[in-house]
Ligand binder design. Sequence first.
Ligand code: NAD
Ligand code: IPM
Ligand code: MN
Length: 355
Amino acid sequence: KNSYRIASVPGDGIGTEVVSATIQVVEKLAKTLGTFKIDFEHIPWGTEYYKQTGRYVSEDYLDTLRKYDAVLFGAVGSPDVPDHISLWGLLLAIRGPLQLYANVRPVRTFPGTKCPLNTATDGIDWMLVRENSEGEYAGQGGRSHVGQQWEVATEVAVFTRVGVERIMRFAFETARSRPRKLLTVVTKSNSMRNGMVLWDEVAATVANDFPDVKWDKMLVDAMTVRMVAKPGSIDTIVGTNLHMDILSDLAAALAGSIGVAPSSNLDPTRKNPSLFEPVHGSAFDITGKGVANPVATFWSAAEMLIWIGEKDAASKLMGCVERVCAAGILTPDLGGTSDTQGVVDAVCLEVEKLG
Ligand code: NAD
Ligand code: IPM
Ligand code: MN
């Protein structure tokens, strides 16, 4: 197969800017290489849609998404809607129900980015694997006696053996596929004595099937210290939904900017289409200014191309993006003076040279 249909869900804020930037670049790539065809179909879900319809997505949204080979997502979140409404209305309404259980977040010092750590003389090259379907994001819990002084609110983390085991296997396989074959399993099994202990047990069991992977365990608080103090000791990391949400923003900042950090929300069984998106959000502070860094979304689209079977096109795209960044054509988050469209145009010029 070499013809693909992609659902484009730009969402809110700079999500629309970086997705439109990415579609320009990927369409140019497909046209120039001529080796595959790709159609992006626009889906207007987001806060505007919510204001008009009372919902963030259409009623049959999961079936709508299932018609596509993959989803390219921007961001969701708006200053005038509470974040828990917008996020559970759109993004979290997709990740869990489509069982996109593996959220993969590569972090690498990138041409043009500066790692702020003097402990990272060789730069950073990590692979973060985030459990993406349960844990602290199970949506369980509730409030009673709302507003009363004796109000109680619970936020229940749910861990299933099936859920932990499948992400653990995925992480060991990911670690095995990388040259250093190192995996760190992050938990908090000193204070959290149920789910986190299950994680430790499952890790030890799954490890038996991967004798070639060198693995260790870290408590999440200590892991933040290790990321800063000994970045070179880390390769692949796996952890819970919330822990890896936090560690992936830290990792992105350590690699230079959240503006270059990509993510893949994968259904490794391939029953459902996977979703690709930058790690960052809708960035209210720069929305509409045309200066959002599109590189995180370019890279996410490259990961999407690999997933759907266009590995060669993906590496060509990343080559073009890296050459543009190395040439200093950078947005302000990386200390540059280019705007989003300037980066798009420069990447398109590089892509043309492939033809
Ligand atoms: P954010 O990632 O939107 O922004 C954090 C900071 O990073 C801001 O200063 C922003 O300008 C900067 N930044 C982010 N992306 C950038 C880019 N591509 N180029 C240059 N600078 C960039 O995080 P936030 O401020 O915590 O959240 C804003 C909204 O986005 C909230 O509603 C939040 O819930 C939502 N959010 C959505 C997603 C998502 O859809 N995947 C992810 C994170 C946050
Ligand atoms: C991310 C985001 C989301 C998350 C939010 C916006 C729900 O921060 O993708 O990292 O916590 O997963
Ligand atoms: Mn996050």
